[in-house]
Design a protein around this ligand. Structure first.
Ligand code: ATP
Ligand code: MG
Length: 420
């Protein structure tokens, strides 16, 4: 029985010219991390693919499934690893085709790479084709648009044979696009927005504003679970939690009711930008989608956006809720986001939030409390939790301590010196 290995295909990386090896190396690093829970053998580059083997010699379906979820992976094929003997790899071709599922036509596609093997691709196609025709007498050979293609890849002393492939998430390896801070609530949208920028290669650092101590810490637990669900893709570096309840109460006492939400959002964006600068992140990300709720009108987006000078990416701005929900199901955050919990946004909700904020009114509200002191204080009191599945994440110098549990970023000096 030949060994089973995974051949990982990536297409976008191929387009990146001289950056190609950086991208491939990052993908190999990310796959190593994603496959830690499995019985991994080795991961190496083989002729335009990445080869993943298992220590036991047989890669499992689960392992192939985990690989398919890593950004940068276009397709994964569970291949048979054979020697150069025609009989051996033809027999593997029969097995590979019988595992393909429903088909009525097929062809063989052989490829050779850096090999002095005596058979050429046309000969391989013919020899393997004959064996397959004998094994599947009721199927026909079709050169153009066959239902199934049996690939036979000859690389140095080995032959890889596969027919079925699993579609991967695509995108680019995390760590090739820089770092972003994403504003994460436990709703449907922001986890999807986070996943989307992660899939484009960004290392994600979510920030969640909770209503603590005025609400329970339920929304924080949900955000942790959401990060846990996203973590196997390697996109999540660290989750920051900002207890915001007290400050929201102050805001609710100072500003007109209709402008509360916009004012909370301005503070949230300003604090997130400060965290982003400490983290060395180059953009902020939100889950906003145009017109979805009252706060997401163009006027309100403008009134909040003026707080920051960093780009704010809104990957869902043109998406419908149905599309977002479908994606949430695929990435495993749907059930978590379905749980209605109090977070900072449900605290001190006005009865009639402003939908088309006038900037003069927003500025007057903003100047009615000491916003700079509030922002400083919130940054000073952030808490965080590290995730270990993101190899490209580097903690900032200021908050370099690794937290396995959610804990304050700034540890009192006495504790730090061990003289508590
Ligand atoms: P979501 O489904 O992501 O909660 P939403 O449709 O509920 O979004 P809003 O509540 O208006 O919309 O939030 C808009 C965006 O603001 C969110 O997508 C998220 O990026 C950010 N945001 C909202 N609440 C919080 C929070 N408590 N902590 C961090 N970011 C938040
Ligand atoms: Mg929300």
């Amino acid at each position: 029985m030949p060994n089973r290995v995974c051949l990982v295909h990536y297409h976008e990386i191929g387009l990146k010219g001289k950056n190609r090896s950086t991208f491939e190396n990052q993908l190999v690093t990310n796959l190593h991390r994603a496959l830690r829970p499995f019985d991994l053998g080795e991961i190496k580059r083989v002729s335009g693919h990445i080869l993943v083997t298992a220590a036991s010699g047989r890669v499992s379906e689960e392992m192939a499934g985990a690989i398919s979820q890593v950004p940068g992976v276009a397709r994964v094929s569970l291949a048979y690893l054979c020697g150069l003997d025609v009989q051996e790899y033809s027999a593997a071709a029969v097995k590979a085709l019988s595992e393909f599922g429903e088909f009525s036509s097929f062809k063989v596609h052989a490829r050779r790479s850096a090999t002095a093997y005596e058979l050429h691709t046309l000969e391989i196609n013919q020899l393997v084709g004959e064996v397959l025709c004998a094994a599947f007498p009721d199927k026909k050979v079709e050169m153009h648009n066959p239902d199934a293609t049996v690939y036979v890849l000859v690389v140095q002393g080995s032959v890889y044979v596969y027919a079925a492939s699993q579609v991967g998430v695509g995108g680019l390896p995390v760590g090739t696009a820089g770092k972003v801070v994403t504003l994460l609530s436990s709703g449907f949208d922001s986890p999807v927005a986070t996943w989307m920028v992660g899939r484009r290669g960004a290392t994600c650092v979510p920030v969640h504003f909770s209503g603590r101590p005025m609400t329970s810490d339920m929304s924080e637990w949900l955000c942790r679970d959401i990060c846990d669900a996203l973590a196997p893709s390697g996109t999540i570096g660290r989750l920051y939690v900002v207890p915001f309840g007290e400050r929201q109460r102050e805001i609710s006492l100072a500003v007109p009711q209709s402008l509360r939400i916009i004012t909370y959002r301005r503070v949230m964006l300003a604090v997130s930008e400060r965290i982003a600068r400490i983290e060395g992140a180059k953009a902020l990300v939100t889950g906003e989608s145009l017109g979805q709720v009252a706060s997401q009108t163009l006027d309100n987006i403008a009134a909040v956006n003026e707080m920051v000078s960093m780009p704010v990416l809104r990957p869902l701005i043109g998406s419908d809720k149905q599309e977002i929900m479908r994606r949430a199901e695929q990435i495993g955050t749907y059930d978590l986001s379905s749980q209605a919990v109090e977070d900072c946004c449900t605290l001190f909700m006005p009865r009639r939030p402003e939908t088309h904020a006038r900037l003069e009114a927003v500025h007057a509200a903003w100047d009615s409390f000491d916003h700079d002191a509030m922002i400083d204080d919130l940054v000073e009191h952030v808490e965080y939790l590290d995730f270990d599945q993101c190899p490209s994440y580097r903690a900032p110098k200021r908050w370099r301590r690794h937290h396995r549990e959610l804990g304050p970023a700034v540890v009192p000096a006495e504790t730090e010196n061990g003289t508590e």
